[in-house]
Ligand binder design. Sequence first.
Ligand SMILES: NC(=O)c1ccc[n+]([C@@H]2O[C@H](COP(=O)([O-])OP(=O)(O)OC[C@H]3O[C@@H](n4cnc5c(N)ncnc54)[C@H](O)[C@@H]3O)[C@@H](O)[C@H]2O)c1
Ligand SMILES: C[C@@H](O)[C@H](N)C(=O)O
Length: 369
Amino acid sequence: MPVVRNVSRAVSKLLQSSACGCGVSIVPVRCIGISPRQVASDASFHSVSFSESDHPRVLITGGLGQLGVGLAKLLRKRFGKNNVILSDIRKPADHVFYSGPFIYSDILDYKNLREIVVNNRITWLFHYSALLSAVGEANVPLARAVNITGLHNVLDIAAEHNLRLFVPSTIGAFGPTSPRDPTPDLCIQRPRTIYGVSKVHAELMGEYYHYRYGLDFRCLRYPGIISADSQPGGGTTDYAVQIFHDAIKTGKFECNLKPDTRLPMMYIDDCLKATLEVMEAPAEALSMRTYNISAMSFTPEELAQEVQKHVPELQVTYNVDAVRQAIADTWPMNFDDSNARRDWGWKHDYDLPELVSTMFSFLGEDSRG
Ligand SMILES: NC(=O)c1ccc[n+]([C@@H]2O[C@H](COP(=O)([O-])OP(=O)(O)OC[C@H]3O[C@@H](n4cnc5c(N)ncnc54)[C@H](O)[C@@H]3O)[C@@H](O)[C@H]2O)c1
Ligand SMILES: C[C@@H](O)[C@H](N)C(=O)O
């Protein structure tokens, strides 16, 4: 009985202490297994001695989606081309393959992922692999595997190898019972999509690993992201990218959300800037490990009006997709990101007019025809 009491006292002491200051050395069970390959994990402790003046060695999972290639470009500018490895299960386009290191990595293959981290002496991991909201609803078992089991693999490897880990969350991590206008960082989160459920799980697991094992976990809840040179991967906010392509190509756009559906959105440069900034922020500046970030919020009707300033002949019709509309109706309309602004100085550069003119200058208004 006294032994049980002592153990439970020790555990509760551990649970109460902050991971940052206590030097907790316990790692997740999977990482102290008896596989001989685990011995190599000692080698990874070299990454612990990674000095502040050195560049991080970065791995991006799911890097061939809408956001990963742009992130690699930004990080390579900052840390050097060869210090940033893009990975995915898809075949990269030539221009991506020749722009810097690329490696095949399925995040469901735990051993392969661990091998990549060890062999490349990775110190920072950006975990972008995911199935987004609409495609997730179309294939729940796959979304559950990629978004939840994949995250478990990444968390264990990051904790074992002392990585700084970035996992993006989303406005989709909120649901119909959350306050929607505005949505603060800390409030009820009961999403109704597998995507949202998996992202709440990621937020909670990452924070748990932070406090329990000392993992340097950092997470931003992104709004819908708008980019010119990459396609969205099957989300509810995809319409806000498609409208630009259709305005230029055909002058006609059929929107799959109702005209008054208000959602938080952000230009990709702001999103990637925030991601790098939160990863570079000193740990003591972070009062939380998961932050909302915000830039603008608009409805399809408001976006169409702004687009029509550049393409006045654009005709917009509405053909509502029931699945996407049901999702959007439960998501935040405005995002409160005051904690990010206060703690690590987050500030967006693009509001709606700048976003629209930047998209058109990228896509080339002149290519209409
Ligand atoms: N784009 C947005 O609007 C947005 C908004 C909020 C959050 N996010 C988050 O940011 C991250 C990146 O988003 P994105 O828009 O680039 O997504 P995306 O759907 O465009 O790309 C995801 C990538 O993951 C890869 N992938 C799928 N299964 C995999 C597996 N088993 N192993 C490795 N890779 C696998 C896919 O091949 C794809 O290239 C995601 O986690 C997403 O939830 C995106
Ligand atoms: C918002 C975000 O997570 C993604 N673009 C989606 O719509 O699913």
